[in-house]
Design a protein around this ligand. Structure first.
Ligand SMILES: Cc1cc2nc3c(=O)[nH]c(=O)nc-3n(C[C@H](O)[C@H](O)[C@H](O)COP(=O)(O)OP(=O)(O)OC[C@H]3O[C@@H](n4cnc5c(N)ncnc54)[C@H](O)[C@@H]3O)c2cc1C
Length: 203
């Protein structure tokens, strides 16, 4: 009746990080009328210096998209970020979730064995109730109110690099952030650091 999966962050689109960094440098050099770097290392050092100095608006010229697979409780927190971000979220109004086992994500940090049994019983019951309502002719937009917060949602998210820095500081580096959001943002951070080390070196 339910299927337990892990949260994930899938990179969406094709990227050429070096070309993106050249664009960022070009925009920043425009501010100072200074010549472009003649190699990638010098460019990286220049961009790291900009970031350290807080000259972060130049990072808004590049955006990166992810498809996040997260519990609804976490997507609700993510969409609080308003600036420099675009979202496309899977609808619970138009999609009938009774056609396959309900996908859920277990609480983070992990529950102990007896807690896990309690959680599982509760989500199984919710999924069963949802399926019964749909079978009785209730529309998905009404039946969805019985679904638990751990129900999986797919959230397409595009943010510019400045916005990603802000989000990662609040939702990944911040030890007070929800452990479940930190888990998915750690995956975003790892990918962005690999692509744009000069921008995310301090994250
Ligand atoms: C640990 C933690 C606990 C939280 N607990 C709660 C909670 O209990 N309840 C709750 O409702 N929210 C809670 N939040 C959400 C938090 O208050 C923010 O809404 C959320 O993190 C989005 O951050 P942001 O405002 O920086 O948004 P973004 O949209 O990412 O904004 C980026 C930046 O732009 C600027 N900005 C954006 N909009 C404005 C504006 N209107 N006016 C002036 N400057 C603006 C700010 O500098 C802001 O930091 C929590 C967040 C964290 C990290």
């Amino acid at each position: 009746m339910v299927k337990i999966i892990k949260s994930s962050a899938e990179l969406i689109g094709e990227y050429e990080p070096e070309a993106d960094l050249i664009k960022i440098e070009r925009m920043a050099r425009n501010c100072y009328n200074s010549p472009m770097s003649d190699n990638a290392q010098a460019r990286g050092e220049f961009i790291s210096k900009l970031v350290k100095a807080g000259h972060e608006s130049v990072l808004e010229h590049v955006s990166v998209s992810f498809m996040l697979t997260v519990p609804r409780s976490i997507s609700h927190q993510i969409v609080r970020h308003r600036i420099g971000v675009a979202y496309s979220q899977q609808s619970q109004r138009y999609i009938d979730l009774s056609k396959e086992p309900l996908k859920v994500i277990a609480p983070v940090p992990e529950l102990n064995a007896s807690e896990l049994v309690l959680w599982r019983e509760s989500v199984e019951f919710a999924a069963l109730t949802y399926n019964k309502l749909i079978a009785a002719g209730v529309r998905p937009e009404q039946a969805r109110v019985v679904l638990p917060n751990c129900t999986v949602t797919k959230l397409g998210m595009t943010a510019n690099l400045r916005a990603w820095r802000h989000i990662l500081k609040e939702r990944y580096l911040n030890k007070r952030a929800d452990p479940a959001i930190r888990e998915v943002m750690s995956q975003v951070a790892a990918k962005l650091k690999k692509m744009y080390s000069s921008v995310f070196g301090d994250i």
